[in-house]
Design a protein around this ligand. Structure first.
Ligand code: TUI
Length: 310
């Protein structure tokens, strides 16, 4: 298997990073991805400092391989999460849903490698200047909080704008997608939706089943009017949210209230009708469960065969 800058800097075997899925990516998923040779991530999103430390310690008991934490910059607990990551000696973080400028010095000072998830060339350039070791160029095919540029258009433009390695995300779930990403200049891929259906993923079974059954046009982006567009599977929640969003009488506060707790409702409680089942457009291609090891080795084998690499 050929290696590259991402594998070398992160100490991983395969250039595959797991998406930092809020309410989904726990210590067990992160450890399973890392044990399979990728980079597993614990989502800090919903955890305060103590809860995050617990997950980090748990992951350390489940794997001796490198793993990281995803910092969701809109989290109410972001300061505590950054502190916890520094104190626990986590080797790498990915940051998303904002500009991590405020936390860069603290993280770098504690020896944490920072990989910024970006949806634009401008933020990628800023990330490199701030000392990020890599960027994840995340296209709007992704699930969850999205920008508005596709992976196909974003990855090569980010690649040309920075010298640090680029990781492609959004719409990738098999060897063809990974090979295409490499042709666009990426040195690794980040996948969320593919790992949502992993055997080791503890998302509620109702949510997993909905992703496995989804077809190509089953996702929708809502929340643009609030400034944080989110891609999720169409259901009663997205229909009602969309109707409210189009109604001029609706206040932003009303929409925020509708959105609050919706991801937890789907991912933890399994309410896939009134909850938010965030997932990417590639869900239509994801039709079977598999272990993290099967997912990672299968995708890399197919991608490297297509690319003519060992
Ligand atoms: O962050 C993500 N994906 C996410 S976060 C999330 S949790 C959530 N729940 C409810 C509402 C909103 C979020 C679910 N999925 N991906 C990384 C990502 N970052 N995508 C887009 C961006 C982004 C967008 C704007 C990064 C920076 C940015 O602006 C930066 C600036 O200049 O302030």
């Amino acid at each position: 298997m050929s290696t590259n800058r991402i594998c070398e800097m992160l100490g991983i075997r395969y250039p595959v990073i797991q998406g930092g899925m809020a309410w989904v990516a726990d210590a067990e998923l992160a450890a399973a991805v890392s044990n399979a040779g990728g980079l597993g991530l614990i989502a800090a999103m919903n955890s305060n400092g103590e809860q995050l430390k617990e997950q980090i310690r748990k992951a350390k008991t489940l794997t001796d391989k490198p793993f990281g934490v995803n910092l969701m910059l809109m989290s109410p607990f972001i300061e505590e999460a950054v502190q916890a990551v520094c104190e626990e000696g986590v080797g790498v973080v990915t940051t998303g849903a904002g500009n991590p400028a405020k936390y860069m010095e603290q993280l770098k000072g504690a020896g944490v490698k920072v990989i910024c998830v970006v949806a634009s060339v401008a933020l990628a350039v800023m990330a490199e200047r701030m000392g990020a070791v890599a960027v994840v160029a995340e296209g709007c095919e992704s699930g969850g909080h999205v920008g508005d540029t596709t992976t196909m258009a974003l990855v090569p433009q980010v690649k040309d704008a920075v010298s640090i390695p680029v990781v492609a995300a959004g719409g990738i779930a098999d060897g063809r997608g990974m090979a295409a990403a490499f042709m666009l200049g990426a040195e690794a891929v980040q996948m969320g939706t593919r790992f949502l259906t992993a055997k080791e993923c503890n998302v509620h079974p109702n949510y997993k089943e909905k992703v496995l059954k989804a077809k190509d046009r089953d996702t929708i982006v809502t929340g643009k009017s609030l400034g944080h567009p989110v891609r999720a599977l169409k259901n009663r929640m997205t229909r009602e949210f969309q109707a409210k969003e189009q109604d001029p009488a609706t206040t932003p506060e009303e929409l925020e209230r509708m959105g609050a707790g919706a991801l937890r409702r789907a991912a933890v409680e399994g309410d896939v009708k009134t909850g938010s089942c965030m997932c990417g457009q590639i869900a239509g291609l994801v039709n079977s469960e598999g272990t993290c090891e099967e997912i990672i080795t299968g995708i890399c084998r197919d991608a490297f065969a297509l690319l003519g690499k060992e």
